[in-house]
Design a protein. Structure first.
Lengths: 278, 75
């Protein structure tokens, strides 16, 4: 087993022909990993991603080989995955206006080349979900590209198919979450190709790290929305006036750790309908 | 077996080649984005553009998507 990448909050190991994705309990704010962990965060997000892969398995194949055939010390927070060659596009679906989408809309009335109606504000629900791809090459920033750019990069057939799959996964996921009081405002998917040419969903699926999760009962267009997962940490960190938001970050107080853990569990239980057992 | 090539690697190699030739490659507005153009060139040669999976995972892991989206929106 070889560590091939250690990320801020997750690590990747190579095991023969497979990769193992391991989620930690580390948490980052303003791009800085804080010295205090959130107990069970890695397990909760891994189990949530696995739950979504299972729920949406009929929509598209995915890269998961096993969640149990992993070393015992990572039990519950690791996924054994197939090796893929990744497509050079980030597949993003947006159902609400936020982030870079909001910025472009305010400037041009469009997002990623898609014309939107006038009068939308931060957090507005879009008339229908839109596909807003970005580049994926590792040099420089990811940037919006148009659907036509995606066609140029990977061909019409694959582009059309994966655009539809991206929107379908978002629609299905957002509908399931909406029934349970959670707004999935947008999400980013990754697709790769297995050695036999089969296209597959990769990385994680509909987690708070790859999507914006907002509490439905607190949604109010026209202002920034609360992040469902890390809001306690963000609110607390914004009160630390003597931290310049560069490493090392300050330790998180126990009450904020507990509240954040409880929020992750709340998201997991609300979505899956299962009781969390650590 | 399909021919594939990593787009990020290709971009780095083209940049290095241009620097060697005394040029100063830069990203210019209103032109095709370099990654899109690189993918088109590879496809024109019958080669499928791809991204290394570990690089892609590393990028995703170090840049949670919505944080990256927020960051870019403030640039």
């Amino acid at each position: 087993m070889e560590l091939v990448h250690s990320g801020k909050v997750r690590d990747v190991y190579a095991d023969g022909d497979d990769l193992i994705l391991v989620a930690s309990d580390r948490v980052s704010v303003y791009d800085v990993v804080l010295p205090t962990e959130i107990p069970d965060k890695g397990k909760i997000l891994t189990q949530l991603s696995l739950w979504w892969f299972e729920q949406l398995a009929d929509v598209f194949p995915n890269h998961v080989i096993s969640a149990t055939d992993v070393p015992a010390e990572w039990a519950g927070r690791a996924i054994r995955c197939r090796r893929l060659e990744m497509l050079p596009v980030e597949w993003i679906a947006r159902g609400y206006l936020a982030g870079l989408g909001l910025k472009e809309y305010e400037k041009h009335g469009t997002v990623s080349g898609v014309q939107l109606p006038p009068g939308l504000v931060e957090g507005s629900k879009l008339p229908e979900p839109i596909f807003t791809p970005t580049t994926k090459a590792t040099a420089g920033h990811d940037e919006f590209i148009t659907y036509e750019d995606v066609i140029e990069q990977i061909g019409t057939e694959t582009a059309e198919r994966l655009r539809e799959v991206t929107l379908e996964i978002y629609r299905r996921g957002a509908a399931i979450a909406a029934e349970r009081g959670i707004i999935i405002a947008d999400t980013k998917l990754e697709f790769g190709r297995a050695p036999d040419g089969t296209l597959m969903l990769a990385d994680e699926l509909l987690t708070p790290d790859s999507s914006r999760f907002w509490p439905a009962n607190n949604w109010e267009p026209g202002r920034p929305q609360h992040a469902l997962d890390k809001q306690f940490v963000r609110d607390w960190s914004s009160t630390i006036t003597d931290w310049d938001r560069t490493p090392p970050g300050p330790p998180i107080p126990p009450d904020v750790v507990e509240a954040t853990r409880a929020r992750y569990i709340q998201v997991y239980e609300a979505l899956t309908g299962k009781c969390w057992r650590s | 077996m399909a021919q594939t090539y990593d787009v990020s690697r290709f971009l780095r190699e083209v940049q290095a080649l241009l620097w060697q030739a005394g040029l100063e490659p830069r990203h210019t507005p209103n032109q095709p984005k370099p990654d899109v153009a690189a993918s088109m060139l590879l496809r024109a040669y019958g080669i499928t553009p791809v991204i290394n999976q570990v690089d892609a995972l590393a990028h995703a892991m170090d840049n949670p998507w919505h944080e990256q989206d927020e960051r870019h929106s403030s640039i």
